[in-house]
Design a protein around this ligand. Structure first.
Ligand SMILES: Cc1ncc(COP(=O)(O)O)c(C=O)c1O
Length: 381
């Protein structure tokens, strides 16, 4: 268990921020790294061509550690949708085959597949909401031979339901389906390894559980797709990019590994150092420790909320860092505003109150939320 790390953030004492799944607060050291990066452009004459590569490689190496992957398999992307679009651009699909997605899946991991299905006379196959909360069993049951691509998360974002990706990965390989993962709501807070899961593509936006700035993201591309087609054709992905004097000797060759999938202007001097600093702190804490620490807070929240009539999936079937609370009588519309007036911040997603703490939270935050929910329960039961 990690001790509370609130001192690394700038969260006022009277704020209870339980909304990391919306957007993590930046650590002060991350802002410093970003500011220093931005300030480098005060003196562009000091920015040398090799620096277009060193920062990017640092991001790639640190991101690869988060994924338990080789750095050469990581590409730099601005968003989850960019990474998922890259996967959709490269994965083959035939007429009458299907693409598996979950009920209420996040739109960035739905629209690219809807388009790909439409363009190929294929279909989307939606895994129905499992009444028993077991998303893994529901996915395994839906992985039938006509599925060509399974496009899934590690955590279903409106329930907090956990998917056992090792078992799902095995099942995909058995039927020859590609596995594409959106890890935006889990990477950094839930242990994950590409070596164990063996996805074809996996993406995470950095601004939530990777605690980085907005518009940074990480894309894993399995070696079998390294000769694929990038979403964008830009100069820095090409093999000759390091010599700025010969860029117009157009090269037919790309840089090595997954680098060909990097976004244009990927050498972001302000955002990349900030994202790296955040990921290094997560690696120092260890993702398993973060998961255990935040899991204890969510267990206390789940127990306290249960006494007030809020239900959540059983602990074994939900992600420790991600708690979605539901009530038979529904969630009052004004709940978020009411909580915000007390400086307590959560989200409502679908029909659930989503509570997502991190290591800056403590039992005091749990108590404040429960006290507020008690008031709401008394008024609306
Ligand atoms: C599951 C999931 N994926 C992706 C995103 C962000 O998508 P994008 O980076 O395409 O904006 C979110 C944001 O809430 C999310 O919850």
């Amino acid at each position: 268990m990690l001790p509370c790390q609130r001192h690394l953030f700038e969260i006022p004492d009277d704020v209870t921020y339980l909304n990391c799944a919306y957007m993590s607060p930046l650590m002060k050291q991350v802002v410093e790294a970003g500011n220093a990066g931005l300030a480098r452009k005060l003196r562009p004459w000091e920015l040398t061509p090799p620096q277009f590569f060193t920062g990017a490689e640092e991001f790639r190496e640190t991101g690869a550690k988060m994924l338990d992957a080789d750095a050469g398999c990581a590409a730099i992307v601005p968003s989850a949708s960019f990474g998922l679009g890259t996967a959709a651009r490269n994965l083959p699909i035939r007429k009458h085959q299907s693409i598996l997605v979950l009920d209420e899946q996040f739109p960035s991991n739905y629209y690219p597949w809807q388009r790909l299905a439409e363009e190929n006379d294929a279909s989307l196959k939606v895994v129905p909401w499992p009444e028993d909360h077991d998303w893994t069993a529901a996915v395994l049951a839906a992985l039938t031979p006509e599925v060509a691509i399974a496009a899934l998360p590690n955590v279903q974002w409106t329930s907090g339901g956990l998917l056992d990706l090792v078992r799902i990965g095995q099942a995909c390989r058995q039927i020859g389906a590609a596995l594409v993962l959106d890890l935006t709501q889990s990477l950094g807070a839930l242990p994950f390894s590409v070596r164990e899961v063996q996805p074809d593509f996996a993406v995470a936006a950095n601004y939530k559980w990777l605690m980085g700035p907005y518009t940074t993201g990480l894309l894993y591309v399995a070696p079998k797709w390294h000769r694929g087609i990038p979403l964008e054709e830009n100069w820095i992905q090409r093999a000759n990019a390091s010599d700025f004097t010969t860029l117009i000797l157009y090269s037919p060759d790309y840089d090595e590994g997954a680098r060909r999938f990097d976004m244009g202007e990927r050498s972001n001097f302000a955002l990349l150092p900030a994202a790296v600093r955040a990921m290094r702190q997560l690696l120092d804490w260890k993702v398993s420790e973060i998961s255990a620490t935040v899991g204890v807070l969510n267990r206390q929240l789940a127990e306290g909320a249960a006494e007030l009539g809020f239900s959540s999936p059983p602990e074994s079937l939900r992600a420790p860092h991600y708690l979605c609370l539901r009530r038979k009588v529904g969630i009052p519309r004004e709940l978020m505003d009411l909580l915000a007036s007390e400086k307590i911040y959560v989200s409502v997603r679908g029909s659930a109150v989503r509570v997502t703490p991190h290591v800056y939270n403590s039992e005091a935050d749990v108590d404040r939320l429960i006290a507020c929910l008690r008031g709401v329960a008394l008024q609306t039961s």
